[in-house]
Write a protein that binds this ligand. Structure first.
Ligand code: ZN
Length: 215
């Protein structure tokens, strides 16, 4: 099931407006960005980039292509997570990675205030804008089937919380396996979203606003 909100304004209008705005300035001394396409790193990364489809919380596509990019050290760390999980029979299904800043602005402006805890504030930017956050889940390497988790991706309810106790034992075990595997390679799970992980060096990279058309 796909979780949806009713956008506060038409998404097309918000997109047009957000494209004209400028992201917050990044501080000095940051690393030079080097976004890497995860698809080039392993055939065992699978992709369901929801924001390139209408199967997302806004109900319309907001990405021009279904690619997933991360800054190089984060992408390499994620490859190591995948290599470990393969020994357990799992692959990684990627929902989202690098996100241009103007899309973060659209998410914020479209979302009612009572759900703002689930979207990043554009004034500070998202770690997705820095190419250092990834949304993902596990799939079964043999069958290709997605492993059942306590909630769907982008579900803005307490079932998405990383400590939600009402899940089944199996769902909790899967959530824990993903968390442990990611943590070993420097990724931290977001308390409000079991699928979202930040790479440890996120603060060293600037907020970027390059649209997918230009990547
Ligand atoms: Zn995320």
């Amino acid at each position: 099931m796909i979780f949806r909100i009713t956008p506060l304004k038409p998404v097309a209008q918000l997109m047009e407006q957000a494209r004209k705005e400028r992201p917050p300035e990044s501080g000095p001394g940051l690393r030079q960005p080097e976004l890497v396409d995860l698809a080039a790193l392993s055939p065992d990364f699978k992709f369901d980039v929801r924001y390139a489809t209408d199967r997302n919380f806004l109900g319309v596509p907001v990405y021009a292509s279904s690619h997933a990019f991360l800054e190089k050290p984060a992408a390499e760390a994620l490859s190591r997570v995948l290599a470990f999980l393969k020994t357990k029979g799992y692959g990684l299904l990627i929902f989202d990675a690098y996100r241009p800043w103007f899309i973060t602005k659209v998410f914020w402006d479209a979302t009612p205030a009572d759900k703002h805890q689930y979207v990043a504030n554009p004034q500070t930017g998202s770690r997705h804008n820095r190419g250092c956050a990834v949304d993902l889940t596990l799939y079964d390497l043999k069958t290709g089937a997605q492993i059942e988790m306590p909630s769907g991706f982008d579900e803005m309810t307490e079932r998405a919380h990383s400590d939600y106790a009402g899940a089944t034992a199996q769902q909790k075990a899967a959530r824990q396996l993903l968390k442990d595997a990611m943590q070993k390679e420097g990724f931290t799970q977001l308390p409000a979203e079991w699928w979202h992980f930040d790479y440890k060096d996120w603060a060293l990279y600037p907020i970027q606003n390059i649209p997918f058309e230009e990547l």
